[in-house]
Design a protein around this ligand. Structure first.
Ligand SMILES: [Zn+2]
Length: 326
């Protein structure tokens, strides 16, 4: 959403830098998750182990989120990923973490407290559903190789804050401690599916997060070659007035942006406005060709758009879809 927004917003917009900074944070988080994935490869071939990413569950009308949840028949492991540059100092006295980059300090919540809270929430989630109890371990993984991990006092020790290259050894030692099977493999598969089913992706439009109104978002089909907006419709294709580039289906990406940035519902009039089309008939044909679900009849017909956040790899960082690794 942030990526699509930056491409359709004037750099002079008062929120431009905030939106860009948020995108950078999400990308860093995503890079961290990829790092962790690489080090979890050793375990991902095991048929009885499930790995869920970016799981977001509801409990008592509130949501909690887990970066990575490892489900084994013996033990669950909650993993919090931190991709942070500079020095990361843990301070148990004030229950905080301090990040220092080039003399600039910033405070965060203590990651161990954070994972312990997630553990309590997950336990409650299981109790509410009368699911079997199972031991849960928590782990904080620092995925940025250049991070210096420190504590405010030498007596402060954390067995569950580790660097990403030590993940394999840490997990193997936890598995060695928990040999007793708490949940049979078959039931574990069901529980994994249940967790994925109950996952809710957080989604809000730029208007709700940044106060960016639809009127501030540039409309039109974007040229994939030179990024010019808008392309013009000629016969059965789109043409760029800047570079002469052509596209048959540029409207698909444009309507995907519409779904991410403005609304997941659109009617013929709104399509014409957003794609810069004059003909109601052409707008109708385009909508028909996309085989969208719709409601209402003729002039009141509204089409349902589903944003495809997985279209490009760079968009995956924005996704919060809980997906099993296999
Ligand atoms: Zn162009």
């Amino acid at each position: 959403m942030n990526e699509a927004l930056l491409e359709r917003l004037s750099p002079a917009h008062s929120h431009w830098h905030i939106i860009k900074a948020d995108l950078a944070k999400r990308k860093a988080g995503y890079r961290g998750e990829l790092q962790l994935d690489y080090h979890l490869k050793f375990i991902s071939k095991n048929k009885n182990i499930f790995i869920l990413h970016d799981l977001r569950l509801e409990i008592d009308d509130r949501h909690f989120q887990i970066d990575t949840l490892l489900l084994t028949p013996q033990v669950f492991i909650i993993i919090e990923v931190k991709h942070i540059a500079g020095t990361y100092t843990l301070d148990s006295r004030f229950d905080q973490a301090i990040r220092k980059v080039e003399d600039k300090e910033e405070a965060f919540s203590h990651p161990v407290t954070q994972v312990e809270r997630q553990k309590k929430q997950l336990v409650r989630w299981f109790i509410n559903r009368k699911l079997p109890s199972i031991p849960i371990s928590t782990l904080v993984v620092m995925t940025n190789k250049s991070t210096i991990i420190d504590t405010t006092s030498p007596n402060e020790k954390y067995h569950n804050v580790i660097r990403v290259e030590n993940v394999e050894g840490w997990i193997l030692s936890v598995l060695a401690l928990h040999r007793k099977e708490s949940i049979p493999a078959k039931q574990l598969k069901k529980i994994s599916s249940q967790l994925v089913k109950k996952h809710t992706a957080p989604f809000a439009f730029p208007k709700d997060i940044y106060g960016v109104t639809p009127g501030e978002i540039m409309s039109g089909v974007k040229c994939s070659q030179c990024q010019h907006l808008p392309m013009v419709r000629r016969y059965a294709h789109w043409e760029c007035t800047e570079c002469g580039g052509k596209s048959k289906d540029g409207h698909i990406a444009a309507l995907n942006d519409y779904a991410l940035l403005i609304s997941d519902r659109i009617n013929n009039k709104q399509v014409r406005k957003f794609l810069h089309l004059e003909s109601r008939k052409i707008a109708y044909k385009i909508l028909q060709s996309m085989q969208l679900n719709s409601e209402g009849m003729t002039k009141n017909k509204t089409y349902h758009l589903t944003p495809h956040t997985f279209q490009q790899t760079s968009h995956q960082s924005n996704s919060s879809t809980a997906m099993p690794s296999r």
